[in-house]
Structures are given as C-alpha cells and as structure tokens.
Design a protein around this ligand. Structure first.
Ligand SMILES: C[S@@+](CC[C@H](N)C(=O)[O-])C[C@H]1O[C@@H](n2cnc3c(N)ncnc32)[C@H](O)[C@@H]1O
Length: 277
C-alpha cells in the first residue's frame, strides 16, 4: 500500500467514497464477467462458504454485493431454494447486477442502498448477512454493523471478509532480496507492515491493472471486534485463507503467500444477550 496515497479518513465523506465506486463499477464488474475473479474464486469465497455451512431455505442479505457474483453462487448452491437480497450503494454496480443475474430473479432481488442506513430493509428478517470484501471501503462501518444487527434474526449469522487489517497496512510491502541483481529475478524474502494503528485512508486501485481508484479505510482488528461486540455479536470462527495447496506446489511464486495473510474472514453470531460474555 503506497504511502503517497494516504489521507486522513476525516477528509473523505461516505458519499465521496461511494461516488468512487460508481466510477469504478464497470471496471470492477469486468473482473467477474467471464470467470469468477481469481482471489474470490480460490481463496475468499471457499472460506466464506465453509464458514456459512448449508444455505438451503435461508433468507440471506448480501451487503455491498457489487455485481452480485456471491449471491449468484449461493443461488446456484441452494438450487434456487434460498431468498437473497443484494444491496449496494453504487447504482452502476446494481444496474450490472440486475442485468447479469436475470436468470436468478426468482430468488435474488437487488437494490441500491447505503449499508450504514438500510432503511428499506425490514428488521429481524434474515438468517444470514454476508459482506464480502466491502466493510473496509465503508467509512461508517460501525453504523453498517449496527444495521446488520438490526436486520438479522436473533442468533443470526454475520460473515464478512476483509483485506487482512494486520497485514495490509499503510506502507506495507514486500521485502525484496536486493542481492540478486535484475529487478525481475528478485526474490520476496519477507513482508513488512507499518503504521498499523494510524487508521488512515488509502486511495488505490482494487487490482494492479485497474485504473479507477477507490478509498480503503485502514482499521485495526480491535476496531472491527469492538464494533461487533457493541452490537451484540460474538465472534465464533475465522479463516485466513492461503491459495489452494496444489496451486502453491505448481506455482512457486505463491510460496511467498506463506509470509503474510492477504484476507481475513470473520464469522459472528448475534446473541440476544451477550453482555455477560
Ligand atoms: C470490493 S467491492 C466488493 C463487491 C462484492 N461484495 C464482491 O465481493 O465482489 C466493494 C463494494 O462495496 C460497495 N460499497 C462501498 N460503500 C458502500 C456503502 N456505504 N454501502 C453499500 N455498499 C457500499 C461498493 O459499491 C462495492 O460494490
């Protein structure tokens, strides 16, 4: 995460952050058009599905659903025996989601909405809420978690994935072996983190080849756990997925992923009374 792209989160409004996603929407959605995007396919989504368990017959809210690939995946897994609402603040992405997922209109509905103020979503209506790779792009994340607690049924499950807050920090980067000559042949000998507690916002592209930048809000792990606890959630499980073993054996460059964790996936449950825990 490049340091010259860092700003104070106070300098960015939630509306500005959302506008960034409207501008980046087409480019982001193109990553899922023909195939599932690489990291989602091989690392993030398998870990989320593992944490969710069986989803047939459930009512699911996909918060910040993007172009809807995870809703689509759940609908396929449940063979249509599922009721999914996908919500996203970007009109661009919801427009694409509606067009792209017409075949699932019997079990998925998509709507534009801000995760931190989901007025159109009824209370205590969902068994499961997921938020896939989005909470760190939402400035008012505590309000969003409050809303998730409101719309979940008691004992409902909230699973969300993040760029790992302990490793993807302002100024984090690979440590390269400078003794091995040409740039191309340089080995990744470590991963350094920096400024973990600074809570800065980073303007950056989502994937290296992208052109459109969005704001990513760096927070500590404690920030997320505290926000969950404040709304009555208890953390029940988590995953820090690696690329699949076969892929790491076949492609030695993936071995460097053993030095860090790119993603964190947290499962939490809403308890009626968690105050004594
Ligand atoms: C990295 S994308 C993830 C999209 C999708 N969940 C996925 O895994 O492909 C982040 C998403 O968060 C959405 N987003 C950002 N701020 C939001 C907010 N305040 N409320 C709802 N969605 C928001 C963006 O529009 C974008 O679709």
């Amino acid at each position: 995460m490049s340091k010259d792209r860092l700003v104070s989160p106070d300098a960015i409004s939630q509306e500005e952050a959302i506008r960034g996603w409207d501008a980046a929407g087409e480019e982001f959605a193109s990553r899922f058009e023909k195939h599932e995007e690489f990291f989602h396919k091989h690392m993030i989504n398998p870990a989320i599905l593992d944490l969710l368990g069986p989803v047939e017959g459930k009512a699911v809210l996909d918060v910040a659903c993007g172009e809807g690939h995870f809703s689509r995946k759940l609908a396929e897994l449940a063979k249509g025996n599922i009721r999914i609402t996908g919500i996203d603040a970007s009109e661009t992405l919801i427009g694409i989601a509606k067009r792209r997922n017409k075949a699932f209109s019997h079990c998925i509905t998509f709507q534009v909405g801000d995760a931190s103020r989901m007025d159109q979503v009824p209370s205590k209506a969902f068994d499961i809420v997921i938020c896939n790779m989005a909470l760190m792009f939402i400035k008012r994340y505590e309000d969003a978690i409050h809303e998730v607690a409101r719309v979940l049924k008691p004992r409902g499950i909230f699973v969300f994935s993040l760029l790992h807050p302990c490793f993807l920090t302002p100024g984090s980067d690979w440590i390269m072996d400078d003794t091995c000559g040409a740039e191309k042949g340089k080995k990744r000998i470590g991963w350094k983190t920096d400024n973990y507690h600074l809570r800065l916002a980073a303007r950056d592209v989502m994937f290296v080849c992208d052109t459109q930048e969005t704001y990513y809000f760096c927070r500590t792990l404690e920030d997320y756990v505290r926000a969950l606890r404040a709304q009555g959630f208890v953390l029940t499980d988590l995953r820090e997925p690696l690329p699949p073993k076969a892929m790491m054996e076949r492609k030695p460059e993936f071995q460097a992923e053993l030095k860090r964790s790119l993603f964190l996936i947290i499962k939490s449950a809403l308890l009626e009374d968690s105050s004594s825990l």
